[in-house]
Design a protein around this ligand. Structure first.
Ligand code: ZN
Length: 276
């Protein structure tokens, strides 16, 4: 079984100082992965409350420099692993112009579309959840992904739909299909029609501050039932030790649920690798 880790951060991400393209690509080769994609952060909007906490530089990167480094590392590692050029576009309504521009001006192997910031807040720092119950907080997040990805269109993988649960204060530890069936169905119709991938982001399920998000299998079952076959595995690694984390478990789960492939994209073209 040849697996690709499609979601990794390198030194080109604002929060990627614990690794490098080279270290994570070497780790991927050692783990026996077929490929690794560097999907560095590109968020043009950063909530003011976060900027004041961390005094951060902008959360986007020099695409040309990242791609030159990926090419260098690919040459150094030869055939042992495919090293792909990616980006994780942080979708935010007020930044649509900048987002479109970065997509038009650059070429990637694959593009993950994610939502990290919402309603002028960073869920990691809280604020977003204030005054909302779990259903409203999770529902707003899913609707925002849906709305922005329909606008963007130009991407390959819908990133971590359950990111919002990682930092939530509620006892509800997963986004269940049955609670948001209308939104999920609309997301899946769009992904399936457009040939885009649903991401399983394994970082969500590793636990954070004593909370471990649960993946509701019914989400995957429904996607499959509607004809969804394109699944992307991503570790969301920010350090070499997490590259490919949780992949065997999730690959087995996918097989068990009747999926036959995992997906990645090369030069924006879908590649399906058999789950055997
Ligand atoms: Zn992300």
């Amino acid at each position: 079984m040849v697996l690709y880790d499609n979601h990794n951060h390198s030194q080109f991400s604002f929060d990627g100082k614990r690794t490098s393209v080279e270290d994570s690509a070497r780790a991927a080769a050692e783990h026996g992965l077929g490929g690794i994609c560097f999907s560095d952060h590109c968020d043009f909007y950063v909530p003011p409350m976060k900027a004041s906490f961390e005094n951060l530089a902008p959360e986007y990167f020099d695409v040309a420099a990242q791609q030159a480094e990926i090419e260098r590392v690919q040459k150094a590692l030869g055939d042992s692993i495919r090293v792909l050029k990616g980006i994780e576009i942080g979708m935010y309504r007020d930044c649509r112009t900048e987002i479109r521009k970065v997509m038009v001006e650059n070429s990637f192997d694959q593009v993950i579309a994610s939502v990290h910031y919402i309603e002028e807040t960073d869920p990691y720092y809280g604020g977003y959840y204030d005054g909302k119950d779990w259903k409203e907080a999770y529902g707003n997040y899913l609707r925002t992904i849906l709305e922005e990805m329909k606008w963007l269109e130009d991407f390959d993988i819908m990133g971590h739909y359950d990111y919002i649960v990682r930092y939530a204060p509620y006892p509800e530890l997963s986004i269940r299909y049955r609670d948001f069936s209308d939104i999920f169905d609309e997301m899946f119709r769009f992904l399936i029609h457009e040939g885009k991938a649903l991401e399983i982001n394994t970082k969500s399920y590793e636990g954070y501050r004593g909370r471990t998000v649960g993946l509701d299998r019914n989400v995957l079952i429904r996607y499959r039932e509607m004809g969804g076959e394109i699944i992307s595995l991503g570790s969301d690694s920010h350090e070499p030790s997490r590259v490919g984390a949780g992949f065997m478990h999730h690959a087995e789960l996918l097989k068990h649920l009747g999926f036959r492939w995992t997906a990645h994209y090369e030069k924006r073209r879908l590649v399906q690798m058999p789950l055997i």
